[in-house]
Design a protein around this ligand. Structure first.
Ligand code: BJW
Ligand code: ZN
Length: 250
């Protein structure tokens, strides 16, 4: 695969690189995306499941949906895209990996600095007293009750209409506004405020590159689009960057 001269040159001189990932990066591991055909929202509308009111109305149903996804996520492995980003982290002075994914696969691939914007499915907490629940038994399909106060236990993820974790969002915005190169990978860029990040980066002078199998909501607002599967592209890109850096140091 041939990368553009301009991208390779930007990466050669880049000090700070930021990356935003979405569900697409995990699709090659076998985790369904949200908005692609066959994705999660084909069966259930987001407003039916990914919001607090739905949970209160039908906690067992929402809980069992997350149990189903926990099972998928525990049975899959990181793919070459996750591993390539873990490698890329070592190649730049500053590297910020921001993810909308809740699947923990970046962590399992060895990335160290990860900003999770939408939470993590492995964590769960009581909606009444905020106590975190321990390891969740996958078989349990009825909503868990808090051991301390009997309140409903929910996954520690961000639903529609809920605020993103403040520190994480601030860190992500700061990384986007201060990087030299910004990658937006495997996300439809339809959900805010995450979808603002590539635009913040562009407005502040970063070179913004999208990696996706198809055009997205922001394709025409950024600098460069690379079309294809993120696992394959990232694997080759990291090899290229490593070569450039080696040549640079000789
Ligand atoms: C591949 C590939 C391969 C496939 N290789 N690519 C401004 C304007 C309009 C609306 C709003 C706004 N600001 C806020 C809102 C409201 C709302 C929102 O954005 N709505 C939009 C739908 C319009 N946002 C919120 O409510 C957020 N909160 C908030 O803003 O709080 C402040 C506030 C509160 C109250 C009122 C107003 C403001 C919270 C958003 C939370 C999102 N939560 C979810 C669920 C998380 C838990 C769970 O997983 O169950 O997060 S929704 C879902 O979408 C999930 C994802 O992280 C997120 C993004 O999806 P993603 O990752 O982009 O996936 P897909 O499927 O959409 O795309 C996959 C892509 O991969 C595709 O492009 C494929 O082509 C590609 N692909 N294979 C490369 N191999
Ligand atoms: Zn409690």
């Amino acid at each position: 695969m041939q990368f553009s001269e301009i991208l390779l040159n930007k990466l050669k001189h880049a000090n700070k690189v930021a990356v935003l990932t979405g569900a697409g990066i995990s699709s090659e591991s076998g985790v369904p995306t949200f908005r692609d055909p066959g994705g999660i929202w084909e069966k259930f509308k987001p407003e039916e499941l990914a919001n607090f009111d739905a949970f209160i109305r039908n906690p067992d149903f929402v809980w069992s949906w997350y149990q189903h996804r926990r099972e998928i996520m525990r049975n899959v492995k990181p793919n070459q895209g996750h591993y390539a980003l873990a490698e890329m982290e070592k190649l730049f002075n500053e590297f910020n990996l921001i993810t909308q994914n809740i699947d923990n696969l970046h962590c399992r691939a060895g990335s160290r600095e990860i900003t999770e914007l939408h939470g993590n499915i492995e964590r769960n907490y009581c909606i009444k007293c905020n106590t975190f629940a321990d390891e969740i038994n996958i078989i349990q399909n009825k909503v868990l009750k808090c051991e301390k106060c009997g309140g409903l236990v929910r996954p520690d993820v961000v639903w529609f209409g809920e605020m993103l974790p403040v520190k994480e969002l601030q860190h992500a915005e700061h990384s986007a506004a201060n990087c030299d190169v910004f990658f937006t990978i495997g996300t439809s860029a339809e959900v805010y405020p995450a979808a603002m990040l590539p635009l913040i980066a562009k407005r502040n002078g970063a070179y913004v590159v999208e990696i996706n199998v198809k055009p997205t909501a922001i394709t025409f607002e950024i600098n460069e689009s690379i079309t294809g599967k993120s696992g394959i592209i990232l694997n080759q890109l990291v090899k290229c960057i490593t070569e450039i850096k080696l040549l640079n140091s000789n």
